[in-house]
Design a binder for this molecule. Structure first.
Ligand code: GLV
Length: 325
């Protein structure tokens, strides 16, 4: 069978996804896995019908408009704020994402970060490695207990809801802020509240909103100022949901107890001040980085891509308006 479609995969994704694509297409993969520059993406995209990219690559008008035969942009991520969907839609290009398959991985990572920052695990680990452990001490690395505390979930979609469900083992009170009521949250006793109330009441706040013009800097100086001095902020969503300069100031002034971040406002840059603070845990955008999730994402991305190339409706189309074109 002649493989008449050509696909660019910008990063080294799990082989299962590449193999699916290879059955139908000629595949050009960036196996070196060093991020491609914008001009490299444009160069490699020449003559291709599909672009498979990851969630931290900015796929803007210039890239999208550079290749007239482009039919689909298949994102290897659930969040798709990195893609100019409006431009893609105008040009009749389908955009797809990978929802659901990474919910568990990201929810587990959110809990991992929460517990790490609350119990000062990273600080304690460095202490032991530096040879400073001379026997336990009653006041060594005192942290915060989780049981019975209040968990504030901002964004009660798939991931936020899963994070909330896992709090049942700690018998926590759950508050959530979202535009709509969530039945799953109701079942576990979660209460939908105004953002201000959630910020004032919560001991742990975990962010799970997509990045849009409405959620950019949702957590800024004012919001951080409303939080308890003993509260922790966890972010596995998108960096720019937090105004990081305001966060550094709040942490320096002791307005909150700590933060654990997997995502950054100007990724991969880390805002000055963050890495100097011991009460901050920093991980390199690995929320969905389990072998299981990353393989399922690769399969989903490939299936979306092939469906679009065949002229079918991909299972995870984010811009259905494109079908009217
Ligand atoms: C990861 O950040 C994703 O959106 O899948």
């Amino acid at each position: 069978m002649e493989k008449h479609w050509k696909v660019l995969i910008t990063r080294d994704i799990p082989q299962v996804g590449v193999d699916i694509l290879k059955k139908h297409c000629e595949v050009d993969t960036n196996t070196e896995d060093i991020p491609l520059s914008k001009s490299e993406i444009i160069d490699k995209l020449r003559g291709k019908q599909a672009l498979c990219c990851i969630g931290t690559e900015m796929i803007d008008d210039e890239i999208i408009s550079s290749e007239p035969s482009l039919k689909v942009i298949a994102n290897y991520a659930v969040g798709y704020n990195n893609i100019d969907v409006e431009v893609a839609t105008k040009k009749g290009i389908m955009v797809t994402n990978t929802p659901g398959v990474l919910t568990e991985a990201v929810a587990e990572m959110s809990w991992c970060l929460l517990l790490c920052v609350a119990r000062r695990v990273i600080e304690a680990d460095s202490f032991v490695r530096a040879g400073n452990f001379k026997g336990g001490g009653p006041k060594l690395f005192l942290g915060a207990e989780v049981k019975g505390k209040t968990l504030g979930i901002i964004g009660a979609g798939r991931i936020g809801t899963e994070v909330a469900k896992k709090s049942r083992v700690f018998n926590m009170r759950v508050l959530y802020y979202d535009l709509v009521e969530n039945e799953e949250m109701k079942k576990i006793g979660g209460k939908r509240v105004e953002l201000e109330y959630l910020l004032k009441e919560s001991d742990f706040i975990s962010l799970h909103v997509p990045l849009t013009s409405k959620t950019r800097h949702l957590i800024g100086e004012k919001e951080l100022g409303l939080m308890k001095k003993t509260a922790y902020l966890i972010n596995t969503s998108r960096g720019a949901v937090i105004d990081e300069i305001a966060l550094v100031k709040a942490l320096k002034k002791g307005k909150i107890a700590g933060a654990a971040l997997d995502v950054y406002e100007n990724e991969p840059e880390i805002t000055e001040g963050l890495s100097d603070m011991k009460n901050v845990v920093l991980t390199p955008h690995i929320g969905s980085a389990t072998k299981e999730a990353r393989e399922k994402m690769a399969i989903m991305m490939a299936e979306n891509c092939i469906a679009a190339l065949k002229g079918e409706i991909p299972p995870n189309l984010v811009n259905p308006e494109v079908l009217k074109k």
